[in-house]
Design a protein around this ligand. Structure first.
Ligand code: AMP
Ligand code: MG
Length: 408
């Protein structure tokens, strides 16, 4: 008796269909390094230097020539080399040079012996072990060769890239301008936070979720507020968004019946497909083109809106913004309780992943109704249940996807 799911579009087909049509639409600009945090690199970065730029010591100790070392015979210290204050000139045979971590090794050095493997008697240094050639020397270019590509175009600059770029002396970087995204919520029942509710009203929560996710992605957001289910006002909002932004994201009004005039308007203004996706939550979804901007219509149910944004809109925005995008790693975990599921759609249940005595364990956050927001706020992962899978028993292995940067 299972319900007919033949008309539902698989997530992977929807994603592929969208990504094929999209290309980066953001120009590049050159920004000072500190201001480039969160931006997307517009071109590959080649290293202008070798890193490290010179052979240097990895330890505090003594620079030696192997030929000068004979068992038990001390060497006389010829001088000192500090980071930023190299030892200058030749050093006489039968001598060693005191050297600190990061200091350039004096010309002719074969190895650095760490201080703990020596005994000092004034300037006479005895070496307790025979060093290997090259020991404790960091060679010029051993981290990065001059000219090597250190970061690829499409990389989002995080705190991890900042010191890397600084170590290469790079003061400004070519980055994409942020993608400009207009958003609004649709629904006569919606009120903004900070205002009283009349009977039948609810607070508009989706816009706050969508705004927060756009902030995480580094997009510029044009928030057009709440638009009532009124054709004239919707039309004006669609036109304004199309004129001012690269992308419009709306929530609500894309399910069947109720949304008919949204559909009519969008058919008139652009080319929009209304899709029924084979995922749960998040069945209704709209995607297409307005005259200038791309359009994504998310379902009204708050959890559905978040999940479809994460799974579908995020990769699409990344492509438009010029970002290389990878989903968070998926892991396998064992369920500690049964999970409700009927075959027909790919489920993104919300779960709590933890380390158990025998490996990763996952449990549900409770009600998986797409209107229950606590199911998302208490979760730290998706439990991804395959389309044809049915009910899951305790102890079965399931795929989990820990929430990535978008939701953290
Ligand atoms: P719709 O897709 O417009 O039919 O909305 C589906 C459900 O989501 C309804 O219960 C709406 O009241 C609710 N909903 C729609 N938009 C929002 C929103 N922005 N915030 C919270 N709930 C919403
Ligand atoms: Mg509605």
């Amino acid at each position: 008796m299972g319900f007919d799911t033949s008309g539902l579009l698989p997530l992977s087909d929807a994603l592929q269909g969208m990504l094929e049509q999209l290309a980066c639409c953001c120009d590049s600009e050159q920004l000072p390094l500190p201001q480039a945090l969160g931006r997307i690199l517009a071109s590959n970065i080649a290293s202008p230097l070798a890193v490290p730029p010179f052979d240097n010591s990895a330890m505090d100790g003594y620079a030696v020539r192997l030929a000068d070392l004979a068992a038990g015979i001390p060497l006389i210290m010829a001088g000192k080399a500090f980071a930023g204050q190299p030892y200058q000139g030749e050093w006489p045979g039968g001598h060693c040079v005191r050297i600190m971590t990061g200091a350039p090794v004096p010309v002719g050095t074969d190895a650095v012996v760490m201080q703990e493997e020596t005994q000092a008697d004034g300037d006479r240094i005895t070496f307790l072990a025979q060093p290997e050639p090259g020991q404790n020397i960091r060679r010029a270019g051993s981290d990065i060769d001059k000219g090597a590509c250190v970061l690829q175009a499409g990389t989002r600059l995080t705190p991890r890239e900042m010191p890397l770029l600084a170590s290469l002396g790079i003061a400004t970087v070519p980055v994409r301008r942020p993608l400009k995204v207009a958003i609004f919520s649709t629904g006569d029942e919606l009120k903004p936070v900070g205002t009283p509710l009349a009977h039948g009203d609810i607070y508009d929560s989706n816009r706050y979720g969508v705004r927060a996710m756009l902030a995480r992605l580094g997009c510029d957001c044009l928030d057009l507020g709440i638009i009532p289910d009124d054709p004239a006002q919707l039309r004006a909002a669609f036109i304004r968004a199309d004129e001012e932004a690269d992308v419009l994201i709306t929530t609500g009004g894309v399910s069947v019946g109720e949304a008919d005039f949204t559909k009519q308007l969008l058919d008139e203004l652009g080319e929009i497909g209304f899709w029924k996706l084979a995922i749960k939550p998040g069945k209704p979804f709209a995607f297409g083109r307005l005259p200038r901007a791309w359009f994504f219509g998310l379902p009204g149910n708050p959890v559905s809106a978040m999940v479809t944004f994460d799974q579908l809109v995020q990769p699409a925005l990344a492509k438009l913004a010029g970002q290389r995008f990878e989903r968070p790693l998926q892991l396998q975990a064992v369920t500690t309780e049964p999970l409700k599921k009927s075959p027909g759609r790919l489920d993104f249940q919300r779960g709590i992943l933890s380390q158990g005595p025998n490996g990763l364990e996952v449990r549900s956050t409770g009600s998986q109704d797409s209107a229950v927001f606590s199911s998302l706020s208490r979760a730290n992962c998706y439990i991804i249940l395959e389309r044809e899978r049915g009910r899951v028993a305790t102890g079965e292995t399931v795929t989990v996807e820990p929430f990535g940067g978008l939701l953290l």
